[in-house]
Structure formats: C-alpha cells, structure tokens
Ligand binder design. Structure first.
Ligand SMILES: [Zn+2]
Length: 479
C-alpha cells in the first residue's frame, strides 16, 4: 500500500506520454532497422567469414575434442577474435571424458571374406586384442531391435540398415542419429558383442563412413560400435541375403582414456548502454577427425565471428553486448553447451535473444522464434529485413536456439531457429569429405547477413524478448 502513490504517478506519466498500452510491447527503432539493412547489404559482399573458415580449416584442420589439435583450435579462436577487434576475449573451462581413436578395421570373415570400410563411433569401446569376431544379426529398424528377444542378440554383432533420406531441413537425421546413438546402447543392454549401422548419411554411392557419437555414457557398459559406408552396408546386406551365417571381425583400437578439460572461447562486442545484456550467437569449435570440420562447424564459428565483426565496424557500439561463443566439444554430447548453460542459468534474464549456427553453410531459408507474445512484432520487424535475402518467417514454429544454445533456451533464453538449406549437408557430415571446398562463399555470406542483421536489431530493441528462468518450458525447452 505504501507504494500506491508512486504507482499512480507512473501510470499518469505513461498516460501523459501516450505509452500506457504499449509499455510492454518490444519494438525495434526505425534507425536500428535502417542500420540492420545496411549491415545485411554489406555482409552479402563481405568475405570476412570465408577467410575465417579458410583460416581455421587450413591452420588447425581436424580438431576433435581433447586431441592435440584442441589447444591449437582454442589458441586460434582467441587470436582470431583479437585480430577481428573484439572488445573482450576470454575462455570458460569445459570438462568431459576423453575418447580417442587410434585405428579401425573391419572385415567379413565368412561366407565371403573381404574387408569393409567403416569408422568407430564416439565412446565406442575398443575390441579385445586380436579383434572381435562374431556372427551378425540384422534388424531393419531401431524399433525392431527394441522388440528383439535378447537371446537372438546375445554374443552377436547387431546390424541396423536404416537408410537416411535427403531433405531440405535434414529432419531424417532425427532417426539416422537415433540409430547411431540409441542403437548401440539397446544392443549392449541385450548382451550384443558389437554394433554396426549403415552410416547416418545421404551419400548413397560414396565409400566413406560417417562417424558420430553413441549414447554410451557409462564406459563400463560400452561395446565396440562402428558405422559402415553406404556401399559397404549394401554389400553386407547382399551377403546376409544368401541366408548363411555371416561372421564379421571388428578391430577397433579406441576408447575413453580419462578426462580432459578444454574450454568455450568467447568474444564480445561490448554494448554501450546495457553491457550486461547480451545477444548470444556462436558455433562449435570442435570437429570430428576425418575431415577438416569446414561445414561442421567451421562455418558456424565463421558466421558468428564475422557477424560480430560487421557490428564492431559500425561507427558506434550497439546498445547491448554481442557475445560470440565458440563452443567446446559439441560433437560428443553438447559438453560445451551444457557447461555454458549450467554456469549462466541464473543470469538467463540478461540474454536478450540467441541462436547458434551448426548446420553447414547452406542459405538460411526459414526463421522461427520462441519469444514472449509482446516481442512478436519485433520478430516481424526482423523478418522484414531478412525477407529480401530469402528468409521466410514461420510464426507457428518455435525457435530452438541451435545445438549448444538449445541448452540456454532450455533454461529460459528467448531463441530463434534460423533454418539452413541442408539438402547436401548429410552427404559430407562427419566424414573425410567435410572440407572447405563444400562451402559456397556467397551462401556463407548470406548466413552472415542474417546473423549480423538479427543480432543488431535484438541489441537495439526497445524492450526484451521474454528471457526468464524456465520461460519456454511450454515449447518443450528444458527438462
Ligand atoms: Zn556440428
């Protein structure tokens, strides 16, 4: 009751200035929209991002989490942020199990002996000295394995031949990656000796296997697990079709060898009005080992770094801070993203808006958002600036924040999804073919235009987008 007079005063002031009903509606000032359009146009003809991803993939190359290249990748990121003129550059430690790959071989022993092209999966156990030799039992789907009698699986090498389909939004990776992550865990729980899958990749004719992580969280329960190239999966299926017992030998020298502490590397363009309020963008710094991690995720790191650099080059600093995060060890289970969300959960209300780029360098074609209703108009303003470069706004879909930043979204950060064209992405994903030549500089520039324009508008907005602890649980974000 003591506060009533003040409240009344505030109400009458708002009425007097005509903002009473609009007080909670978030808007982006016209001047900021204009600057965002200029940023967008400039980014479309700027090669900073391409030079960044070329630098990372050439000077560091493959950079599996915890490998010898891990500290070199971090040093590269720190130096690159500084060279681009970021105001503040720092790291935050991330600790995770260290998995190593030394060598991998596979072969059909009987009835038609011949070698197989395969690659071990993250957190796979190694095979015993001399290899693992066992009969193969085939399942057509993850559901069929789930339903299987353990007696049919015990002591065998389980094989699942799920064939991933090509889609613009890459949605079949949902099932493709489930066969890779959940499949080995289910097989192990039924007593299988080993696990093989048809690679979660859409390149039907390339004799190249796609690696990726499994769901083995307890090394004591892990079994040897590997992915066959698509043609090798075809070959194994033809051999199985003869109806004779098929024996395969796996020789995988890999496994968890301890714990490793790496770091998220973070660069900031410091906001001049609200330095503690941040727009969070980023990519992940680690990659799988066979390729040079150009599309996964050198592109994402470059898109975010270059977007921040364009904002840095404006005559004035933005109102809020632009924070670019190069996450540690996304590939083996979002370790960097989870550590980040754990550390910053209590501060989620200061995260204005965020999203991470982790789907290659194909152009962004769709935007969706998880924001408070009062910020929908501001998202509409962002959409209007992005429409001329091919981005359609879908107001019905939520925004997930991308891979690592999905964890901050889970804590209540307002988030966008900037969906890229991933038609070709799973041809090369997690293979030796993930190299710089797969990146089209003009498509990469379009991504940077999107990130620079949206980040700047979010940083300049009058009002917020609804970030608060647990804010988006209704979208399925968080636990
Ligand atoms: Zn990735």
């Amino acid at each position: 009751m003591r506060h009533l007079p003040l409240t009344l005063l505030a109400a009458s002031l708002m009425l007097a200035t005509g903002i009473a009903s609009a007080a909670s509606i978030t808007t982006i000032p016209a001047a900021a929209v204009k600057t965002a359009e200029q940023l967008r146009n400039k980014a479309m003809h700027d090669d900073t991002g391409y030079r960044v991803v070329a630098s990372l993939t050439t000077e560091v190359g493959p950079r599996m989490a915890g490998s010898d290249a891990d500290p070199r990748a971090r040093a590269w990121a720190i130096a690159k942020f500084k060279a681009l003129g970021y105001d503040k550059v720092y790291t935050e430690a991330v600790t995770y199990p260290l998995w190593v790959r030394r060598s991998e071989h596979g072969a059909i022993v009987a009835p038609f002996p011949q070698s197989l092209v395969l690659t071990a999966l993250g957190y796979s156990a190694g095979t015993p000295k001399g290899g693992l030799t066992a009969q193969v039992v085939k399942f057509d789907s993850l559901a069929a394995l789930k339903a299987a009698d353990p007696a049919s699986v015990k002591g065998r090498i389980v094989y699942i031949g799920y064939r991933m389909q090509r889609h613009k939004d890459g949605h079949d990776y949902g099932m493709g990656s489930a066969v890779r992550t959940a499949g080995p865990v289910i097989a192990a729980s039924k007593g299988a000796a080993g696990y093989l899958l048809r690679s979660a990749g859409t390149d039907a004719n390339e004799r190249i296997a796609h690696t990726g992580v499994t769901g083995f969280t307890d090394p004591a329960k892990a079994i040897p697990a590997a992915a066959l190239s698509n043609p090798d999966a075809d070959q194994l299926e033809r051999v199985l079709a003869y109806g004779k017992p098929v024996v395969v030998k796996l020789d995988l020298d890999c496994g968890i060898v301890g714990e490793y502490t790496g770091a998220n590397v973070i660069g900031e363009i410091t906001g001049k009005k609200y330095p503690d309020q941040v727009v969070a963008i980023g990519g992940h710094l680690d990659s799988w080992d066979p390729g040079t991690g150009a599309i996964d995720d050198g592109a994402g790191v470059a898109i975010a770094m270059a977007a921040g650099k364009l904002i840095h080059d404006l005559p004035q600093r933005p109102d809020r801070t632009i924070r670019v995060i190069a996450f540690a060890n996304e590939e083996m289970g979002l370790w960097g993203g989870k550590a980040y969300a754990e550390k910053h959960a209590a501060d989620v209300g200061n995260f204005q808006l965020g999203t991470e780029s982790d789907f290659g360098s194909g152009p962004v074609w769709r935007m969706s958002a998880s924001v408070k209703p009062e910020a929908r108009d501001a998202i509409g303003q962002i959409a209007k600036v992005l429409a001329p470069i091919g981005v359609a706004y879908d107001a019905k879909l939520p925004g997930g924040g991308g891979s690592d930043l999905s964890q901050m979204h889970g804590k209540g950060m307002a988030a966008l999804s900037l969906t890229q064209d991933g038609t070709d992405y799973f041809d090369w994903h997690h293979t030796s073919n993930d190299t710089l030549d797969k990146i089209d500089p003009q498509q990469l520039a379009q991504n940077i235009a999107v990130y620079a324009a949206f980040s700047y508008m979010a940083a300049q907005a009058d009002g917020d987008f609804g970030s608060a602890p647990g804010a988006f649980a209704k979208d399925g974000a968080g636990e």
